[in-house]
Write a protein that binds this ligand. Structure first.
Ligand code: NAP
Length: 485
């Protein structure tokens, strides 16, 4: 099976496809000897050209009716569904996730365009009461102008979709900077929007190493908002780069998501749910469960269940339909995750899963799903984001104790509780200091209309998705009009 993609992948700038003098190589994480594609590695001048194009398009795009903007997004949703096979294969080849996972991501990307496209027919403000009956007062939502979207590699189609759909329907123009490990699928998304009839300059892509073009991404005077998903380190760099400027920043950052299992939970269903949240996409999800807290009576049953679920995974290239877990995205990510496991073992943790799992081929970025016990909550494996198929397990006695452990984290993205006690579920939902709480459901998997985003160092306080997700991309003007002229 050929693993390279033959189409030229160029950047969409001002409605045309642009090359650059230098190229970025995209390699297949299932076998890094295979070159999947090359994309332009843009320099500062290329980045500025993309912002210039976005600035030029902003004045006309904001005057296109919201209904018509929505229509283009609805066409894009349909095109994504029509191209599902191609897009899924591209996603798998450059990112590593299985084809089934990729198909799920493609479907959800379409959902974002469908949901926000539909909102093209929703309100654009509200009518307000006024003391004087001769005065009519209302609010109207306006676009911000030029928005920069910076996205990571773990959901490289879904995350741009989550940002572009609300930004575009609200009337903004966008510069999209995708992760350098997975730029091809972002270019394919730009092609979808171009083919759906998005006018020139409304969406522009810039591919290239963030550390090289990071300064150029922020310094254009037309920039009005940055919507970022990625690591806390880069989030901090953006925050300081924008300090003192009138530029909104939405940042969706890291997580260290806990699942709490009470003794009255249905153990079989709980284990299946936690294993899915921990090991799907080889654990490379910001909402992946990575801490498992189990009430002492059921700790052995939950540990054994997770070990069994880990052992049942078939590792291999994501394009193979028999495979249930693909490689990690890159050699750097594989080495980072392995480093976390090795340091945890050196500090006294025990690997409950096979100590010597067979991995498919030395050129792939594989890490076996791993369950660690004998973990102390002070250990790095309990406190830091791993972003791989690794869970650490700790026993507790009371719900209060579990809540204290959940909330002791610097992160506050998602947490789950598994129980048949409604009172305990409500108490947990109220007291867990996280942006997303799941009861008898995995920490991952939040539908497009459900506001999504973390507390504490997991986010900037702005939610994505749903109506709240739209609000980040628009400002509200209040108008009062006296009919007497
Ligand atoms: P990352 O290293 O922060 O990269 C994210 C994006 O930022 C990439 O496009 C990267 O480009 C770019 N970038 C790097 N340096 C930059 C700079 N100086 N200026 C501007 N942009 C820069 O994160 P990642 O490793 O791709 O993704 C994993 C992280 O994302 C994890 O921490 C995960 O928790 C987080 N995440 C959070 C959520 C959420 O919703 N909370 C969702 C998914 C992922 P290059 O690729 O070219 O370096």
């Amino acid at each position: 099976m050929t693993t390279s993609l033959h189409r030229p992948f160029l950047n969409l700038v001002g409605g045309e496809w642009h090359p650059a003098p230098e190229q970025l190589e995209v390699r297949n994480p299932a076998d890094t000897r295979e070159l999947v594609a090359t994309v332009p590695s843009m320099d500062a001048a290329g980045v500025h050209a993309a912002f210039d194009a976005a600035q030029r398009a902003a004045a006309t795009w904001r005057r296109v009716s919201q209904v018509d903007r929505g229509r283009i997004l609805l066409r894009a949703a349909q095109l994504i569904r029509d191209r599902q096979d191609d897009l899924s294969r591209t996603l798998t080849l450059e990112m590593g996730k299985t084809l089934a996972e990729a198909r799920g991501e493609v479907g959800k990307a379409a959902d974002f365009f469908e949901y926000y496209g539909g909102l093209g027919r929703a309100e654009r403000g509200e009518l307000l009461a006024h003391e004087n009956p001769a005065v009519m007062a209302w609010t109207v939502h306006e676009p911000l102008g030029v928005v920069l979207a910076i996205t990571p590699w773990n959901d490289p189609l879904l995350t741009p979709a989550r940002k572009l759909a609300p930004a575009l329907v609200a009337g903004n123009t966008v510069v999209l900077k995708p992760a350098s490990d997975t730029p091809v699928i972002a270019i394919e998304l730009a092609r979808v929007l171009h083919d759906a009839g998005l006018p020139p300059g409304v969406l522009n892509t810039v591919t290239g190493a963030g550390r090289r073009i990071g300064g150029a991404l922020l310094d254009h005077p037309a920039l009005k908002a940055v919507s970022f998903t990625g690591s806390n380190d880069v989030g901090d760099t953006l925050r300081s780069g924008l300090a003192g400027r009138d530029v909104r920043l939405l940042a969706e950052l890291g997580g260290k998501n806990a699942a709490v299992v009470l003794a009255d939970a249905d153990v079989e269903r709980t284990v299946a749910s936690i294993a899915a949240a921990a090991f799907a996409q080889a654990g490379q999800r910001c909402t992946a469960t990575s801490r498992v807290l189990v009430q002492r009576d059921v700790v052995d049953a939950v540990r054994d269940g997770l070990v069994q679920a880990a052992g049942a995974h078939v590792l291999g290239a994501g394009v193979d339909p028999d495979v249930s877990m693909g490689p990690l995205v890159s050699p750097a990510q594989r080495d980072s995750v392995q480093g976390f496991v090795e340091r945890a073992l050196a500090k006294g943790a025990t690997r409950a899963t096979s100590p010597d799992p067979a991995l498919p081929g030395e050129h792939g970025c594989y890490v076996a799903p791993t369950v660690l016990t004998d973990v102390d909550p002070a250990m790095e494996i309990w406190t830091d984001e791993v972003f791989g198929p690794v869970v650490a397990l700790v026993a507790f006695d009371t719900l209060d104790e579990a809540l204290e452990l959940v909330n002791a984290s610097q992160f506050g993205l998602a947490a789950a509780i598994y129980t048949s006690d409604l009172g305990a579920a409500h108490a947990f939902a109220e007291k867990a200091d996280v942006g997303q709480v799941a009861v008898n459901l995995p920490t991952s998997g939040w539908d497009v209309h459900m506001p999504f985003g973390g507390f504490k160092t997991s986010g900037s306080g702005h939610k994505e998705q749903g109506l709240e997700g739209l609000d980040f991309y628009r400002r509200t003007k209040t108008v009062a009009l006296h009919s007497a002229g």
